[in-house]
Design a protein around this ligand. Structure first.
Ligand code: TYD
Length: 225
């Protein structure tokens, strides 16, 4: 991050990969060590983006087509970046974001069949230079992930617009996330999410500790210039 002192970490993956649990655990660990941490999510994370989240996840925009949805995700992302993420990073905060631009590449780009150029153009405008320093891709076979997501959903709420799709679509998304990781190995880490919660948390902690050391961010102090 050229103009920031914090660390921007995004979490990606399919349904039921355990992102929220791992984000919570990492946030607790970092806070215990004296870091300033902001946990946020997409679509959403700022008042403007949360309003758009409802339109997207309820399926209200579905009838207007994938392009419209992709633009709405990008609009929400840009508001989130400018109102919340960029200011937090410039204060030296560690930002943990549940989904970010790679979700648009995968959900709208690959399984939504939108041209890569179109998606990339939208992402450039949406993130406006604020690209994650580190992206943790929680990888789980579609079948296992869906099984977990279903258990959770039956206890909480009906599946959202993007959770309803077929197994094949979910597997395609898994491959698309792995492709991104292969193309951008400096930014992305693939985490095997079939292991125990503790093992996954330990691997994530090690990766983030390394990133913090490389960025010269010490716990409980101002980030180095
Ligand atoms: P959410 O309830 O936050 O689910 P999850 O636990 O799976 O992250 O729902 C977000 C949904 O929106 C999810 O199905 C993925 C989808 N999505 C996109 O299609 N494109 C995007 O750019 C983002 C951020 C999310």
């Amino acid at each position: 991050m050229a103009d920031a002192n914090g660390l921007f970490v995004s979490f990606e993956g399919g349904e039921g990969a355990g992102k929220s649990t791992q984000i919570r655990r990492l946030a607790e660990r970092l806070r215990e060590r004296g870091h300033e941490v902001l946990v946020t999510r997409e679509p959403g994370g700022s008042p403007g983006a949360e309003a758009v989240r409802h339109v997207l996840l309820s399926g209200a925009a579905e009838m207007f087509g994938t392009r419209m949805e992709a633009i709405l995700f990008a609009a929400a992302r840009n508001d989130h970046v400018e109102e919340v993420i960029r200011p937090a990073l410039s204060r030296g905060t560690i930002v943990l974001c549940d989904r970010f631009m790679d979700s648009s590449r995968v959900y709208q780009g690959v399984t939504g069949n939108l041209e890569p150029d179109y998606i990339e153009a939208l992402q450039r405008v949406a993130v406006n230079g604020v690209v994650p320093d580190c992206t943790l891709i929680l990888d789980i076979p579609a079948e296992k992930g869906l099984e977990r997501a279903r258990k959770r959903a039956s206890a909480v709420a009906a599946p959202d617009r993007f959770e309803k799709e077929e197994m094949q679509t979910h597997e395609k998304r898994r491959e698309a996330f792995l492709d991104i990781a292969a193309r951008e190995p400096d930014r992305c880490h693939v985490i095997d999410a079939q292991r125990s919660e503790d093992d996954i948390a330990a691997e994530i902690a090690a990766i983030v500790d390394k990133r913090l050391a490389a960025a010269n961010i010490a716990a409980g102090s101002e980030a180095a210039q």
